[in-house]
Design a protein around this ligand. Structure first.
Ligand SMILES: *[C@@H]1O[C@H](CO)[C@@H](O)[C@H](O)[C@H]1NC(C)=O
Length: 263
């Protein structure tokens, strides 16, 4: 795992029983990752292969999930060997992954990794266990997930979801509504938890829509592995959510983990 600008060399020590290696790259939430190949020497005939993944993958699960990524899967997972080296790669979010299997000794690749600014972050992975974050759809039809790699307590600090139109036509009453998904609302923020990376396979613990700037109006423990705050947007509203997050105390973890990890 790497989280800094720089160059990276990989030279194969030889066949490792067909094992696939992965270089997981993570940048700050408001950055994208640019990867340039300076050298690419991976022979197809011996079974060598390199995949550029726009996101992260572990155990067959991807972040961002299909419902959150703007590109179709074929464009997010591209494989290379032989004469065709990858062109300059720019990720769609702050995480990217290079997977490779290089059975021939001394073959390998050399890359330069640069972080570039992303003024409108949507999907984000964070490995920090406490802080405050905001997500917005900037008026677009898109879904955005912030995935925190730990069990967390989520406090919604400011919510404006499914209320503010491009041109305000109505004065809305303040307040958060629960179960917006069940009420067939197209715009909502949901809090999910689960052991894998794919938010579409996680358990949705609570969902909200409406307007609230009352700090701590909702505080939800997410105890099964990862904690995800997911903003679903139809494109009909300007949605934004600011939330605080902090690690769970042992007793809260014990109280919720088993329940939330069950199917
Ligand atoms: C966003 O997520 C919802 C529900 O998970 C899904 O129905 C919708 O198609 C997604 N939107 C986009 C733009 O992918």
């Amino acid at each position: 795992m790497e989280s800094f600008d720089g160059d990276y060399w990989y030279r194969s020590p030889g066949d490792q029983g067909g094992a696939v290696c992965g270089l997981f790259v993570i940048a700050h939430p408001e950055q994208l990752i640019q990867i340039t190949f300076n050298k690419f020497d991976i022979d197809c005939e011996s079974g060598g292969l390199l995949a550029m993944v726009d996101g992260w993958e572990t155990q067959g699960q991807f972040f961002p999930s299909d419902e959150d990524h703007q590109l179709p899967f074929e464009m997010r997972y591209q494989t290379y060997c032989g004469g065709e080296a990858p062109t300059v790669f720019i990720s769609s979010q702050n995480v990217a992954l290079i997977q490779y299997r290089i059975p021939t000794v001394e073959e390998g690749f050399h890359i330069s990794v640069r972080m570039i600014d992303n003024p409108e972050p949507c999907n984000v992975v964070t490995m920090i266990d406490h802080g405050v974050m905001s997500i917005s759809n900037h008026g677009h039809r898109r879904n955005c997930s912030v995935s925190i790699m730990y069990p967390e307590n989520i406090k919604l600090l400011n919510v404006d979801v499914g209320k503010t139109h491009h041109i305000p036509t109505q004065v809305w009453k303040n307040g958060l509504t629960r179960h917006c998904k069940k009420r067939m609302r197209d715009d909502y923020v949901e809090l999910l938890t689960g052991p894998g990376l794919d938010s579409s396979l996680m358990k949705s613990i609570q969902d909200f829509c409406g307007l609230s700037s009352r700090p701590g109006a909702a505080m939800v423990p997410l105890a099964c592995g990862h904690a995800v705050v997911r903003l679903v947007s139809s494109g009909n509203y300007y949605n934004s959510v600011t939330f605080g997050f902090e690690g769970l105390t042992d007793d809260v973890y014990v109280q919720y983990a088993t329940k939330q990890c069950m199917d």
